[in-house]
Design a protein around this ligand. Structure first.
Ligand code: ADP
Length: 681
């Protein structure tokens, strides 16, 4: 027997390892099995190269738990180790690098374990003693046993082993006894080892016999050694991809389509990514991609490793260039990882472009489920936008799909305004904005449907990308002004009459919102009153609702325009009725105002002829008095007009109709409207 002291200067490395790795104790199993897989693969490589000529035999890696002895054993039939190798790999290399690593990376120790050949030592996180019994593939070597109880002292002894390979036996410590549960080990094997390339057996297959389950003689293999992503795309059919998706996510919607990644240069990367059906709420859909390194599971949170929008995809990525045990911040700054990320973005865009080109119909069918993903990509990744802008679609309110280019062509002629700006009209809700969409269509315009979760952002993006273009929601102004052309239309009412009607229509419409009365000379068959909300105002409110940091806009009340059409018969009639109802009052007010105005004009004229200091105080006071008189007269007039408006059923009725068309008439106001409608009939 031989004893020795492991070459560490730190008094006792294991408490440190335990402490650093506290949060992730379970990885010990992955590390041991990875080593067993490596040893097996090395042997297979030697067979291929003709360096090993002996019998290969069964290479299954066996994991077992002995609850009584409190041990977990991992056995392989790989290359094994000679006594010299054992000494070199387990005593010298691992510990010397452990030393370096402790010096340099105290802070990030936990995240760097795997990098420094410390994988094997992670077993001390859960054990108070570890034994390794190993026999090398080399003919003349006998078995050796290494034992270490977690102090820097170890022993190496001669031992017995039937064939080539290694057994690692962990004597599980008190705090870690959970790992002695078979169900726990099975769960870890499923998590980390599901796709390892060498068969791993844990327990036996069971069968139903005499009223209970009993073990058969057959090993229970827990892994699929040839997962779809490791096969050649040419050897796989669509069903195989679907089947593999089921293997990854037993309960989930069918994916829309998949991309098989297979890169050799400048780094190695394989994987299969699936486009899931993404309808809404991106947050809950994230982080379904599993990251592997040579078929060993690393993590399922790929944020920071792939671009944000790609975290919406499902599937697996496998790259030996992704280190096993590194921290997120390390990965994020890693040059290889960055390249991988850019490459995947490009591949994803190319694949989408392919489907779009080869089968537009299929692409359109899937668009509604793809839209959120592609929009997210375009908004967040410039490089993706460059490619996606060729195949991304816009859907109009008739459910027709267009590329950006096609759509521009479609609307160019009709929807360019007098300033040569191309106006994209859109609706966010076909039902609520129905009447506005109708009006736009009657004018020969096309209206897009932009009702998606990210459309507010998409609109901002497109306005910055498409030259001289503007997006305007179809209800943000009256139809004539949505897209302003050169032509002007006459008004059937004079400016004075309109001024009076402004007060008539200035009835308190609703409590919370602000309404500004404006006149637009529309055609006589257009609605008498229309309600609009400016695009700017609404967008600001939308953005603040999305948490865009513009809370200011969220607080101010909604303000709308109440657009009155002076060419509509009803408006003209209201004007005529006003004359017959309050005509006398208004006429005398008119006469009075005219007189006062003339007096003011005369006086001001007189004052102008004199020098400033020649105007007496009495004269100044007289002028002030007149001005006040005029103000009073104007107010009196307004009062008459407003009283008329608030008494007039037609005024209220056409305003309510406009509110109704805008889905803004609710509750008590709606019921008053219904009652009034019956009375008017
Ligand atoms: P790493 O695997 O990162 O090199 P480890 O500490 O896990 O670091 O292992 C150190 C070395 O010990 C390995 O590189 C390998 O040469 C040897 N080794 C570990 N486990 C086995 C095994 N099951 N069979 C053969 N050699 C092994």
């Amino acid at each position: 027997m031989e004893t020795g002291k492991i070459g560490v200067t730190t008094e006792n490395i294991f408490p440190i390892i335990k402490k650093f790795l506290y949060s992730d104790h379970e990885i010990f199993l992955r590390e041991l099995i990875s080593n067993a897989v490596d040893a097996t693969q090395k042997l297979k490589a030697m067979v291929l190269a003709g360096d090993y000529k002996g019998e290969v035999g069964d290479t299954t890696i066996r994991v077992s738990v002995d609850k009584k002895k409190k041990t977990i054993k991992v056995s392989d039939s790989g290359v094994g180790m000679t006594k010299e190798e054992l000494d070199k790999y387990l005593n010298q290399i691992a510990f010397s690098s452990a030393n370096d690593f402790l010096d340099k990376y105290k802070e990030q120790a936990a995240s760097l374990i795997g990098h420094f050949g410390l994988g094997f030592y992670s077993s001390f996180m859960v054990s108070d003693k570890v034994e390794v019994i190993t026999k090398s593939w080399q003919d003349n070597s006998g078995a050796v046993k290494w034992t270490c109880d977690g102090s820097p002292e170890y022993t190496i002894d001669e031992s017995e082993r039937e064939g080539r390979g290694t057994d690692v036996i962990l004597h599980i410590d008190k705090e870690s006894k959970d790992f002695l549960e078979e169900s726990k080990i099975e769960q870890l094997l499923k998590k980390y080892c599901k796709f390892l390339p060498v068969e791993i057996a844990f327990g036996k297959e069971q069968e139903w016999k005499d009223g209970k389950y009993i073990d058969t003689g057959k090993d229970k293999i827990i892994n699929n050694t040839k997962p779809a992503w490791t096969l050649k795309p040419a050897d796989l059919k669509e069903e195989d991809y679907q089947k593999f998706y089921r293997e990854l996510y037993p309960t989930g919607d069918e994916p829309l389509f998949s991309i098989h990644l297979n890169v050799d240069y400048p780094f190695k990367l394989t994987g299969i990514l699936y486009f899931p059906k993404i309808k809404n709420n991106i947050e809950i859909q994230k982080n379904k991609i599993q990251l592997y390194s040579n078929q060993v599971f690393v993590t399922d949170s790929v944020e920071g490793i792939v671009p944000e929008f790609l975290t919406l995809l499902h599937g697996v990525l496998d790259s030996p260039d992704i280190p096993l045990n590194v921290s997120r911040s390390f990965l994020q700054s890693d040059a290889n990882v960055k390249k991988i990320s850019a490459h995947i973005t490009k591949k994803v865009a190319d694949r989408l472009n392919d489907i779009f080109k080869k089968n537009r119909e299929e692409f359109e069918k899937k668009w509604d489920n793809l839209k959120l993903f592609i929009d997210y990509g375009m908004i967040t990744e410039e490089k993706f936008y460059e490619k996606a802008s060729k195949f991304a679609l816009l859907k109009n309110t008739d459910d027709k799909y267009f590329t950006f280019e096609e759509y521009e062509k479609l609307i160019k002629e009709n929807q360019t305004d007098k300033n040569k700006t191309l106006v994209y009209l859109y609706s966010t809700n076909k039902t609520d904005q129905y009447s506005y969409i109708e009006k736009a269509k009657n004018k020969g315009y096309d209206v897009l449907l932009l009702d998606g979760q990210l459309d507010v952002h998409l609109i901002n993006l497109l306005e910055s990308k498409l030259t001289s273009s503007r997006f305007v929601r179809v209800d943000s102004d009256i139809i004539e002004k949505l897209i302003q052309k050169e032509e002007t239309r006459e008004s059937k009412l004079t400016e004075d009459q309109k001024e009076d009607l402004k007060s008539v229509f200035n009835v308190k419409v609703k409590s919370k919102e602000i309404f500004n009365v404006v006149f637009e000379n529309l055609e006589e068959n257009e609605a008498p009153v229309t309600i609009t909300q400016s695009e700017f105002m609404r967008r600001m409110k939308d953005m603040s609702a999305l948490g865009g940091g513009m809370n200011f806009y969220g607080e101010i009340p909604d303000s709308y325009n109440l657009v009155v059409n002076p060419n509509h018969n009803l408006v003209i009639r209201i004007n005529d009725e006003l004359k017959s109802a309050d005509g006398d009052k208004l006429a005398s007010n008119d006469t009075e105002r005219k007189r006062v105005k003339e007096e003011i004009a005369f006086m001001e004229d007189e004052h102008k002829k004199k020098k400033a200091d020649e105007v007496s105080q009495v004269e100044k006071d007289d002028l002030e008095k007149l001005k006040k008189e005029l103000g009073d007269l104007e107010n009196a007039r307004k009062e008459v007009l407003e009283a008329y408006g608030s008494e007039n059923k037609s005024v209220k009725q056409i305003i309510d109709l406009a509110l109704l068309a805008n889905n803004m008439l609710k509750g008590e106001e709606l019921s008053t409207f219904v009652k009034r409608s019956v009375q008017l009939l």
